[in-house]
Write a protein that binds this ligand. Structure first.
Ligand SMILES: Nc1ncnc2c1ncn2[C@@H]1O[C@H](COP(=O)(O)OP(=O)(O)OP(=O)(O)O)[C@@H](O)[C@H]1O
Ligand SMILES: [Zn+2]
Length: 721
């Protein structure tokens, strides 16, 4: 049979049939070049019976143009892609794009030219040349990368090449990575850890689907514990995938991994250079890469010999993707483990309610690490009632918190102030006319950033320098900052404690793995007294001398009526509290709040996790919210406001009338304008018994909209803006 069905990487097209030319050997999963009109598109050969399409008569079939030099995508990955497309109501082609995520890798083996110093001297030395030669000692990279490292222009380096100071070296783009050694540095686990590790190791050996919820308090040694089954998989010649919620956490993880396994793991994230990306992709696809650590997009990489998946900080909302294919990497990872017949470990100190429910009903095995490793104790948590202890005008830190900071400073210990707001102030207005600075593309205020002297939209990236005069009334020097961001807290600290060395840690300052590494080194080296940070520093970090955590505004996350606000607040504060007292010295946590009696805050202060989860479970059950019922959202957008509204209303009028569904909206989205598009939302609350995806597919599939309208479906949404 020389007819094949292809999934082509174009979401607008259905599956297409082709003829396999004489001499070409293909199988399901092969990545091929398909003729399409005058163009060539990339396709994946798929089992025809799993991909219904119109049968084309044999004489009309066009021959495939070629087969790309990569291993066929493995069957378990193809099943995962089908599941993801089906569950998230997304085009299979869009999911496939996430698997074929390195264009370079698909072109096959390659070499490239890098440069390094020869030891020779230029005929004429200039300060720039001198600086470059000093900076490039022990470096080898492309001219462009070297220019970046040395901070000189590429022209300077080309001059050095001509003078024989730099020489070209041909390197294999796909050179293998150093091998991780499973027994490089073994550590002795405590009995709780060892019990968990042995279960995990046995599951790796069994090569069967086994989902675990590793529920261990902050500092209990979850990482050390899941390193053991990773070592077992490496011994067994199998590959391991570790998912982390943020790139900033990768650096700290790398150092610990290298200490345990003797070398760095293979990295996968969105800021890899294309050469790194192709090298990683090809190494993974041929089964060579042993351990891959990545962000959620690593989930669709073509591992042929997967032996274990670990999801660290599994409760994190950043595992949910909120554009394109709106999938939750935590849930898809469990499905991947299912199709691959391997164990999967969800590690967290504050598991999602959904994960706890899965453990309760026996789907996941729950493994507890109830106490911190060694002599460390969980920190004491106290509230500061801001209605009683009012900070001064234009200040945000109450007296008891300032006193606690001072105490740490005197003792040479470190503190962390947590406020989940980047920049200096979330809103800027004119004192004279009341004008508020708003983003032209989004319904959002512009956030002032003093470090970089700009007003920025955190949704679309729009930026403008702060004007000297009000754009509305023309008054000079009239702009006032409203409310605090981390930079403003840093100013306040500088005023109160001028000797304290502070570091503002946000996605603006820790925006690359290198910067994150610098931050970790500075704090570990004792060069920082007070970290002032956003949610980025609430988890994963282990700083033994950090003994005080201050939460500047514990109520912040509870505002805005998000359906998961209580859970998120609990998790964030419990996580950030968990950064205190991880070494020999006890930790203390102070929560500034205007509602010390709110159930979430009270549960945190009492250290009563069960009370929080019970109250939240009851609230969810009452609302029919996950895990007791299901949510889905439909988001309609267009650059034309009328068009978006009309389309949303058309969808609203065609709503299915079913007992197992409640449908709310359409209504303008809270972010009713985003990146220049007007947005409307519908929210569906369904019973668990409802065939939610089928219903949505039928409902939306029957409607047509103008070309400018986009209709997105968000299954199990986390964001309600
Ligand atoms: N068995 C052990 N032997 C030596 N050190 C250990 C052991 N277990 C844990 N530790 C150390 O205790 C500290 C806390 O462990 P780890 O960071 O793995 O905890 P965690 O549970 O992942 O914490 P969190 O959820 O707060 O990030 C680390 O410095 C770790 O190296
Ligand atoms: Zn914007």
């Amino acid at each position: 049979m020389n007819r094949v069905r292809c999934l082509v990487l174009n979401a607008a097209l259905g599956p297409l049939d082709y003829r396999v030319p004489e001499g070409m050997a293909v199988e399901a999963g092969s990545v091929v070049e398909c003729p399409l009109g005058p163009r060539t598109v990339i396709g994946i050969i798929w089992e025809a019976e799993r991909l219904p399409g119109a049968e084309v008569p044999a004489e009309k079939l066009r021959p495939l143009r070629g087969i790309l030099p990569v291993p066929p995508l493995p069957a378990p990955l193809r099943r995962l892609m089908e599941w993801t497309a089906d569950y998230y109501v997304a085009p299979l082609a869009s999911v496939a794009r996430m698997a074929l995520s390195s264009g370079g890798a698909l072109r096959g083996p390659a070499t490239m030219i890098e440069y390094r110093l020869t030891g020779g001297m230029p005929e004429r030395m200039t300060p720039q040349r001198q600086a470059a030669m000093e900076a490039l000692e022990h470096e080898q990279a492309t001219i462009r990368e070297l220019a970046g490292i040395a901070g000189v222009s590429e022209g300077v380096l080309r001059g050095l090449v001509n003078q024989g100071v730099l020489e070209p070296v041909e390197v294999d783009c796909d050179r293998p990575y150093d091998r991780a050694l499973p027994d490089f540095a073994r550590i002795t686990l405590n009995p709780d850890q060892e019990g968990a590790a042995e279960l995990f190791r046995a599951a790796v050996r069994a090569r069967a689907f086994a989902p675990f919820l590793l529920d261990g308090v902050t500092g209990s040694g979850k990482t050390e514990t899941y390193f053991e089954p990773m070592a077992e998989a490496i011994r067994d010649g199998r590959q391991v995938l570790v998912l982390l919620p943020e790139i900033a956490l990768t650096e700290a993880f790398l150092a610990r991994f290298a200490a345990r396994f003797g070398t760095a793991p293979v990295l996968w994230h969105s800021s890899l250079k294309s050469t790194e990306r192709r090298r990683a992709w090809r190494s993974i696809a041929c089964g060579d890469a042993q351990v891959v650590v990545g962000a959620r997009s690593a989930l669709f990489l073509p591992f042929p010999r997967l032996g274990l998946i670990v999801i660290d900080e599994a409760h994190e909302v950043s595992f949910k993707q909120d554009d394109g294919v709106r999938y939750n990497a935590r849930d898809v990872a469990v499905m991947r483990a299912h199709f691959e017949h391997v164990p999967v470990i969800l590690a967290s100190a504050t598991p999602a309610l959904e994960s706890l429910a899965m453990a309760e009903n026996g789907t996941y095995a729950k493994i507890d690490l109830p106490s911190r490793y060694g002599a460390a104790e969980l920190p004491a948590i106290r509230t500061i009632d801001l209605t009683q202890e009012k900070p001064g005008r234009g200040a945000w830190l109450a007296e008891p918190l300032v006193a606690a900071l001072e105490e740490r400073l005197d003792r040479g210990e470190q503190s962390l102030l947590f406020l989940n707001r980047r920049g200096y102030a979330p809103l800027t207005l004119c004192r004279n006319c009341g004008f508020r600075f708003q983003c032209p593309n989004c319904s959002a205020w512009l956030v002032e950033h003093r470090f970089s002297q700009r007003l920025a939209c955190h949704h679309c990236g729009h930026e403008t320098p702060p004007p000297a005069t009000c754009p509305e009334c023309g008054e000079p020097d009239c702009l006032v900052a409203c409310g605090p961001g981390v930079e403003r807290i840093a100013d306040e600290v500088a005023e109160l404690l001028p000797d304290a060395r502070t570091f503002v840690a946000t996605s603006d300052t820790l925006n690359s793995p290198g910067r994150a590494a610098e931050f970790v080194a500075m704090v570990e080296g004792g060069a920082v007294d007070i970290i002032i940070g956003t949610q980025l520093v609430t988890k994963g970090f282990h700083f033994p001398d950090l003994t005080l955590v201050g939460v500047v505004d514990a109520d912040l996350g509870l505002e805005g009526g998000d359906l998961r606000a209580a859970e998120r607040t609990y998790q964030q504060i419990a996580q950030v509290a968990g950064r205190a007292g991880r070494g020999d010295k006890p930790g203390e946590v102070l929560l500034q709040t205007r509602h010390p009696d709110a159930p979430v805050i009270a549960a945190l202060a009492d250290g009563d996790r069960e009370a929080f989860y019970e109250a939240e479970t009851d609230a969810r059950r009452f609302a029919g919210a996950p895990p007791f019922g299901r949510w889905a959202a439909i988001i309609v957008s267009s650059e034309e406001e009328d068009e978006a509204r009309d389309a949303a209303q058309r969808i609203g009028r065609a709503r299915p009338d079913m007992e197992e569904l409640a449908i709310y909206g359409p209504a303008p989205a809270p972010l009713s304008l985003l990146r220049g598009r007007y947005r409307y939302r519908l929210l569906i609350n369904a019973r668990r018994s409802a065939q939610l995806q089928d219903i949505i597919r039928q409902w939306l599939g029957a409607l047509d909209h103008p070309a400018g309208v986009r209709v997105a479906v968000d299954i199990d949404p986390y964001s309600f803006v």
